[in-house]
Design a protein around this ligand. Sequence first.
Ligand code: NAP
Length: 217
Amino acid sequence: MKIGFLGTGNVARALATGWAAAGHDVVLGSRKPGEREGRPDGGHPVTGLAEAVAAADVLVNATPGTASLDVLETIGAAALADKVLIDVAVGLTGDMRLSHPGVSLGEEIQAAYPDLRVVKSLCTLTAAVMVAPHLLEGPSTVFLSGDDEPAKRTVAALLTDLGWPATSLLDLGDIATARGQEHFALLFLGIAGALGTHRFNVRVVPAVPTGPGTDPA
Ligand SMILES: NC(=O)c1ccc[n+]([C@@H]2O[C@H](COP(=O)([O-])OP(=O)(O)OC[C@H]3O[C@@H](n4cnc5c(N)ncnc54)[C@H](OP(=O)(O)O)[C@@H]3O)[C@@H](O)[C@H]2O)c1
């Protein structure tokens, strides 16, 4: 599969390395491709944003959440139509508040580009863990949110290519559920502070079934 990244930072380079190792074609899209070529951190091809989008079946939004809508606007709706967009971004202000507190960036992107097939995923993990679930002591959970079921299946397959077993993937539902994933950033930062590392994940553990009428929730 051809995967085009919006952004050339930590997340883009980590995911590009992971998916290239799994046999996918990757290209990083930059605002300043001439300044990003040849960085000693993966050696993935770097082009302008429009070229990265045109070449790709699947896009990854790995830009700051506060800038993502501006970046997409420079690309334009026509170029984005029918593409799958894995939206990894979270909008955080300089003082670590959510820039989309009452909604989510994922929903805003989907509303602005109805023909783009947005799937929110991976934003609840640090970049190193996104591509290396084996770093964790045990099984854990990765979430997916989106309106387009085939697009979610495409993303689920790409997640398994990174090493996530199918049993780790939890489809939360439509793109409105991206809100929970993005707002988890606040708890993520709290857990990271408590543990002294960003390298962790959470696992959803359902209760043992107890029979009808006995669930107090
Ligand atoms: N880092 C993590 O572990 C992690 C985990 C979960 C979610 N996320 C989310 O994933 C996204 C990417 O994170 P990251 O750590 O990869 O960020 P980063 O290292 O700062 O990279 C962001 C990239 O976006 C591009 N960009 C486009 N417009 C920009 C603008 N106005 N200002 C700055 N950069 C702009 C830049 O590439 P060019 O300069 O080449 O255009 C830049 O390299 C963010 O939304 C973040 O919240 C990150």
